[in-house]
Design a protein around this ligand. Structure first.
Ligand code: 26W
Length: 817
């Protein structure tokens, strides 16, 4: 029975009263003595009151309805700031703004007091955040499960151009958007051993963990857009099971007394900052099992009705595995069903393989997680037994299907024998998953043809595609209010939840008033960005220059080095007198990128970018024409300011390496034109916006394969292309390192002798495409036309459409209104 919580009515007065009540009684300060952070926390708590009854209502309905729900398991959720989204979803923006102005408080100042929860590395984590937003807005019964890291992705600072990581103390000023529920804590075991026994003729196994931790759930609201719903994101935090040990303490062993505590809390202490090469650290596996065990226990015992028959679990839930990070959930469910619920093996397997689906987010072999059986067996002995059994049954099927092909069985085995016996988590996910999907058409095809080809041959119906998407609430309506207003004035506001409606903008390409306003919006977004970067990083942006933006994690396959070679080539041409400065169209190149702390080459490239920027920006010969900016600590909040201001979106990865990309979608939706390869979702963006509105260049994936198979000699391109040679020589000569010829030697020699991602092979095509960009940008009308068509034709890339595809192709669930 829900006691209707009195939602304050939607008036400025009521809001003001609610805010002051929170400030006085919540923060315990009076207005005149309150800090900005006090005011921000009071505002956040006021807004959340308007969401509370919806939240309780949604949970109540979800519990009542027998409908199937989606449980999204992800080790990362890159949420971004919460206040604005909550104001948008409650329709309180104006009321809050007016109420605060009445108290002489500037809402934007409070907005900037919020520290974004950086509980993710990049694409995968942000996608999870977009997906739970869409699930809630589309009224699909759903819950997100993850980890409440005490420290999220590191804060990036630059010291003499070098990346220096600072801990992300996002919780230090309080976190008003989370609700701890200690009463729903879960105990999770680790280590120990198993013993087998027979019970009414059945061989059974019992696991006795050696140690355990407590999983404390923190609930976050996931408000739907104007549909009265609020779904839940449940993030788990690790605690010691035994409180502080007083006896040990009194015996003088103070450190020992708290050792268990710190040991336990370490599990959810910090996010692993890698986003491509797993370090295989034990703590990482502990993190993965910890949140998976908490989530399955919570769903089975708290979300499902008490007496629910678990044989019918597939009717009530699909657990979506966000990459392989949560795949230990498969043996965990088997353990619960067989060891705790008394299911027979086949019975349990029947249920399990209908309850999981796996999304793969990468193509890099080194990004596919493998866990040594030594480590897995020590930490989770029962789970290893179960994985062995799953593999035995699977290999029996393979041998039955391909009787005389033992090598195939060895290749497809979940257990790799070399270089050490290890569990291939992607294979386990593929064997257990009801469905396996890639995140863009090309990616899913490469999964079928290359990465998981033998599995796709065995189970063709299991493989599908769901192209990524982004939430239009955050990345258009909130990030670009001016463009949103222009769109709504033209075609009404329905696009916010039905993004394909943007197509109705097409006729406006010939409307002079609309095109003028469209250009104006872009210019004002540039001025807004200039203000932000000035205040944040002391960087100045020329709003009349072409804003050429490359923001994403630093990785060699994303080819920030190709972008940098373009900059160095332009700089060389002007400073060598080959290109008269007045012929260089004013361009501001903006980089944003964090490198995994252990990824040396990536950190060297960051240093080189900052060094080139320092030299170019200080050189009067290119002043006002060429500028390189690299604001530190690229995150969701900075993306929301950068993307609406961009003219050109850099999506230049080597074809066949970027699974999808989602930044590419955000830029196109905000009226930037893309220069890119036929990689990931670029292919689908180009197909929708039209070749004439996309700057395509470079080798295609099949061409890359041919070049590599034939033996790629990067130095040959250096020898054959003078402008490339001059650019690389300039870097090697110390021009950007005060004459130190060794500073960037590792980068230059890697490009000349390895160049795994064919930067040199695509250099000339890229330069030619950039020439086409300069030319096109010179024709303002034509450029605006292309930009409007990019907005009009990329409604497909809404995460609502992605969720619609998952519902139809994978989950077999639907909205419950
Ligand atoms: C360290 C282990 C590890 C390995 C891979 C951590 C994280 C990953 C992620 C899968 C990397 C990632 O974020 N992949 C990106 O996922 C996006 C969402 O689908 C895609 O758009 C990007 O193309 C892909 O690189």
């Amino acid at each position: 029975m829900i006691v209707p919580t009195p939602t304050p009515d939607l008036t400025v007065d009521a809001f003001t009263r609610a805010f002051l009540r929170e400030l006085n009684f919540g923060q315990g300060v009076e207005l005149s003595a309150s800090s900005v952070n006090d005011q921000y926390l009071a505002l956040a708590r006021t807004v959340r009151q308007y969401l509370m009854s919806r939240w309780l209502e949604t949970q109540h309905r979800q519990r009542e309805s027998q409908a199937k729900s989606v449980a999204y398991l992800s080790a990362e959720f890159l949420l971004g700031r919460q206040l604005d989204n909550a104001l948008l979803c409650t329709g309180l923006e104006e009321i809050a703004d007016e109420a605060l102005r009445g108290l002489d408080i500037d809402l934007s100042e409070l907005r900037d007091a919020e520290i974004e929860p950086g509980l993710g590395n990049g694409g995968l984590g942000r996608l999870a955040a977009c997906f739970i937003d869409s699930l809630s807005t589309m009224s699909v019964p759903s819950i997100g499960y993850g980890i409440r890291y005490e420290y999220g992705i590191f804060r990036q600072t630059f010291v003499d151009g070098h990346q220096v990581e600072q801990p992300d103390t996002w919780l230090e000023l309080g976190s008003p958007w989370e609700f701890p529920h200690p009463e729903a804590a879960v105990t999770v075991g680790f280590g120990g051993q198993t013993e087998s026994y027979t019970e009414d003729g059945e061989q059974r196994s019992r696991w006795t963990p050696a140690w355990s931790v407590l999983g404390m759930p923190y609930n976050y609201m996931v408000p739907g857009y104007h549909n009265g719903r609020v779904s839940t994101l449940r993030l788990w935090s690790a605690r010691a099971t035994r409180a502080f040990d007083l006896q040990i303490f009194n015996s003088g062993h103070y450190a020992d007394a708290v050792r268990a505590q710190t040991f336990a809390e370490n599990i959810s202490k910090v996010l692993y900052p890698e986003d491509s090469t797993p370090q295989g650290k034990e703590l990482r596996l502990q993190q993965q099992y910890f949140f998976v065990a908490c989530s399955l226990r919570n769903f089975i015992e708290d979300v499902l009705p008490a007496d629910f028959d678990l044989h019918r679990l597939p009717e009530r839930v699909m657990f979506q595995l966000n990459d392989t990070h949560p795949v230990i959930a498969v043996p965990e469910l088997m353990r619960i069903l067989v060891d705790e619920k008394g299911f027979g093996w086949d019975e349990a397997w029947e249920v399990t393989q209908q309850c999981f689906a796996y999304t793969c987010h990468t193509l890099l072999p080194e990004a596919l997680e493998v866990w040594p059986v030594e480590l897995l067996g020590r930490l989770l002995p029962r789970h290893l037994e179960i994985i062995y059994r799953i593999n035995d049954d699977f290999l029996a099927q393979v041998r039955a299907t391909y009787p005389r092909d033992e090598l195939k069985a060895r290749r497809m085995s979940i257990i790799a024998e070399h270089p050490e016996r290890a569990v291939r988590m992607a294979y386990l996910a593929t064997v257990a998953g009801a469905k396996v999907n890639g995140v863009a058409e090309l990616h899913s095809q490469l999964l079928r043809d290359k990465v998981l080809d033998e599995f796709a041959t065995l189970w063709p119906e299991k493989f599908t595609n769901v192209t990524n998407g982004v939430t239009p609430r955050r990345f258009l309506r909130l990030a670009n209010p001016e463009l949103s207003r222009l769109i709504t004035d033209a075609i009404g506001g329905g696009w916010v939840t039905d993004l394909e409606r943007l197509r109705e903008l097409e006729p406006f390409v010939d409307d002079p008033e609309f095109t003028r306003r469209f250009r104006d919006v872009k210019r004002r977004n540039k001025l807004r960005l200039a203000g932000v970067l000035e205040k944040r990083d002391g960087l100045t942006v020329d709003p009349d220059s072409l804003l050429d933006v490359m923001v994403k994690r630093l990785h060699e396959y994303k080819r920030q080095m190709l972008k940098l070679l373009h900059v160095v080539t332009l700089y060389d041409r002007v400073t060598s007198g080959e290109l008269p400065i007045e012929e260089l169209a004013p361009r501001t190149i903006v980089f944003g990128a964090k490198a995994a702390p252990g990824y040396k080459m990536a950190k060297d490239i960051i240093w080189l970018i900052n060094s080139v920027a320092a030299t170019v920006n200080a050189d009067p010969r290119v002043e006002g024409r060429l500028k390189v900016l690299f604001p530190a600590n690229y995150n969701v909040t900075l993306a929301e300011k950068l993307i609406p201001a961009a003219d050109l979106s850099e999506q230049i990865s080597l074809a066949g390496k970027e699974a999808s990309g989602t930044g590419n979608m955000k830029f196109a939706l905000n009226g930037a034109l893309t220069i890119g390869t036929d990689d990931g979702a670029n292919v689908e963006i180009r197909q929708l916006v039209g070749d004439e509105n996309f700057f395509l260049f470079g080798l295609t994936e099949p061409e890359v394969t041919t070049v590599v198979d034939k033996g790629y000699r990067p130095a040959a391109y250096y020898e054959a292309n003078e402008s490339l040679r001059r650019a690389l020589d300039m870097i090697a000569s110390g021009t950007f390192s005060h004459g130190d010829r060794h500073a960037f030697e590792p980068i230059v020699s890697n490009l000349l002798y390895q160049d795994r991602f064919l930067v040199l092979a695509d250099y000339q095509a890229y330069l030619d495409a950039q020439e086409r960009v300069d030319e096109a940008y010179g024709d303002e009308e034509a450029w605006t036309r292309s930009a409007i068509l990019n907005v009009a034709r990329t409604g497909f890339f809404s995460s609502d459409r992605s969720i619609h595809d998952y519902l139809g192709r994978i989950w077999g669930a639907g909205p419950v209104h």
